[in-house]
Design a protein around this ligand. Structure first.
Ligand SMILES: [Zn+2]
Length: 253
């Protein structure tokens, strides 16, 4: 009698979906340069190959992305912008790459920053928005949590006409939100044909080889590629496809 006893929450089963219709435009919102490629690079590459205009919005400047205590962080910020643009190009993205420029590690999600995100949603008018799941349990990095909240709350502010009227922009309501690193994933995108593209885009973030990808030499880089491939394969197995990225899908916006 594990289920449906009085006073017990009902046991839920997840109903998974596979592959959204390819949107005409998509906006991926990441905390740092490289988060978008980790979270949804294969999906964006697949959509871009079918004509979707893919935009990036990066909330922080990536200035903490090094283990070298003597690093010139202003130079690192500039390098990471170049890398992010190169990664977007590898994905086939033809849209904007926007940097909000908040200090890495200090991102917050107050009304003013929510307004910045809502403004870009209104300008870019994406059919689908993708972002971090802000409700992922036991997540330590505050930027990922806040970037996720900004994506969710930015959509609410963007869609309703009385929010941020000072933008002077028409409201915009996306059709769907996909959250990566999801606490309760229920949607997969088949990226079988785009694993190499995702890897090339990830490897455009060369400044992160040491700290994020643990790839200080060729054999460690090969191990990193294997880890990415095997995770995608694991997610694909549910649908008998070679590789998949998984998300929490929020369709009613
Ligand atoms: Zn990150």
């Amino acid at each position: 009698m594990a289920s449906n006893e009085p006073g017990q929450p009902p046991l839920t089963t997840t109903t998974w979906t596979l592959d959204l219709p390819v949107p005409r435009s998509a906006l991926a919102i990441g905390a740092h340069p490289d988060d978008v490629e980790f979270g949804c690079g294969g999906t964006l590459a697949k959509w871009a190959a079918q004509g979707c205009i893919v935009h990036h919005l990066i909330c922080t400047d990536g200035s903490k992305g090094t283990w070298n205590p003597d690093a010139d962080t202003a130079q690192l910020v500039a390098i990471r912008q170049v890398e992010q643009r190169a990664a977007a190009k590898e994905l086939g993205a033809t849209g904007e790459v926007v940097f909000l420029g908040h200090v890495d590690g200090e991102l917050d999600s107050p009304l003013a920053v929510r307004g910045e995100v809502a403004r870009w949603i209104r300008i870019l008018q994406p059919e689908v928005v993708l972002g971090h799941d802000p409700w992922k349990r036991y997540r330590l990095h505050p930027d990922h949590r806040h970037a996720g909240l900004l994506a969710c709350e930015g959509i609410v502010a963007s869609r309703d006409p009385h929010f941020f009227k000072e933008h002077g922009l028409a409201p915009h309501r996306p059709n769907a939100l996909l959250l990566w690193e999801a606490d309760e994933p229920d949607h997969a995108e088949d990226v079988s044909a785009f694993v190499s593209t995702k890897l090339r885009a990830l490897e455009a973030h060369a400044s992160q080889f040491e700290s994020t990808m643990k790839a200080r030499d060729d054999s460690q880089l090969a191990a990193f590629r294997d880890r990415v491939r095997s995770r995608l394969a694991q997610h694909g197995a549910r649908f008998d496809v070679e590789a998949a990225e998984i998300f929490k899908r929020i369709p009613d916006l």
